[in-house]
Design a protein. Structure first.
Length: 97
C-alpha cells in the first residue's frame, strides 16, 4: 500500500480530494487516527474516480447523474462525497464514524 496523499494532493491522473465546504467543518475535532482513515478512504475513492469507477454503481460514464451525492461505507465509517469529473475532484461532504 502506498503512502497516503492527503487532501488536495493530486494522484498520477491529476485527481485529488477536498473537504467541502472546509476541513474544519467536515472533520472538525476528529482524532488524528480517524482523519488518517478518512484520508485513506478518500485517496481510494479518488483513484477510482480517476478511472471513472464508482465503488457501488460501476462506471461513471453510464451514470445519468454523475455529480450526485454518493456514499461509501465500511465497518469503520460512512462518507458522503461528490465526484466532479470536469474539476478532477472528489469533494468530501460528511463523515460518520
Amino acid at each position: 500500500m502506498s503512502a497516503p496523499r492527503g487532501e488536495g494532493v493530486e494522484n498520477d491522473s491529476g485527481w485529488a480530494w477536498e473537504c467541502d465546504p472546509s476541513r474544519l467543518w467536515v472533520l472538525g475535532d476528529m482524532p488524528a487516527g480517524q482523519q488518517e482513515l478518512v484520508g485513506a478512504v478518500m485517496d481510494g475513492l479518488v483513484d477510482l474516480a480517476a478511472m471513472a469507477i464508482d465503488p457501488k454503481d460501476g462506471s461513471l460514464y453510464e451514470d445519468p447523474h454523475p455529480m450526485r451525492l454518493r456514499t461509501y461505507e465500511d465497518e469503520h465509517l460512512m462518507v458522503w462525497y461528490q465526484t466532479i469529473p470536469h474539476r478532477s475532484r472528489v469533494y468530501l461532504k460528511r463523515v460518520n464514524l
